[in-house]
Design a protein around this ligand. Structure first.
Ligand SMILES: [Zn+2]
Length: 123
């Protein structure tokens, strides 16, 4: 979906000057250009926002899986990268349950029920 949105907005941005050139009314061309610029900027903003949200989601899932000492944090990262927010929801149900607390040795977050810290290995 994300890729389709990106392609669609890139297509619109590339095509809109051609649509403008196809019009022969000079007065409307300026207004059209302004509207095109505003609409294009909005589309670029939407695409950038979607990219930023996806990156934030990836960082959250990877760090959360590492903090919970899950062996396959990188696999979850790839799954969320491929399948998007739906996979992140599945991750929330599949992850190790429990509260994250700061480790008394290294200060990084760890599960309060885990036998040892996934970051420094202390109990
Ligand atoms: Zn630690």
């Amino acid at each position: 979906m994300f890729r389709m949105l990106a392609l669609l907005s890139i297509g619109l941005i590339v095509l809109s000057p051609a649509l403008l050139l196809a019009q022969d009314d000079i007065a409307n061309t300026a207004a059209g250009a302004g509207g095109c610029l505003a609409c294009g900027s909005f589309l670029i903003f939407i695409v950038l926002a979607i990219i930023a949200l996806n990156i934030a989601l990836l960082v959250f899932v990877y760090r959360d899986a590492q903090n919970r000492g899950m062996e396959y944090a990188i696999v979850w990262l790839i799954i969320v990268l491929v399948f998007g927010p739906l996979a992140a929801i599945v991750y929330l149900f599949a992850r190790e349950k429990g509260n994250l607390v700061p480790c008394s040795h290294c200060g990084a977050k760890r599960l309060d029920v885990s036998a040892k810290c996934p970051h420094c290995g202390n109990a």
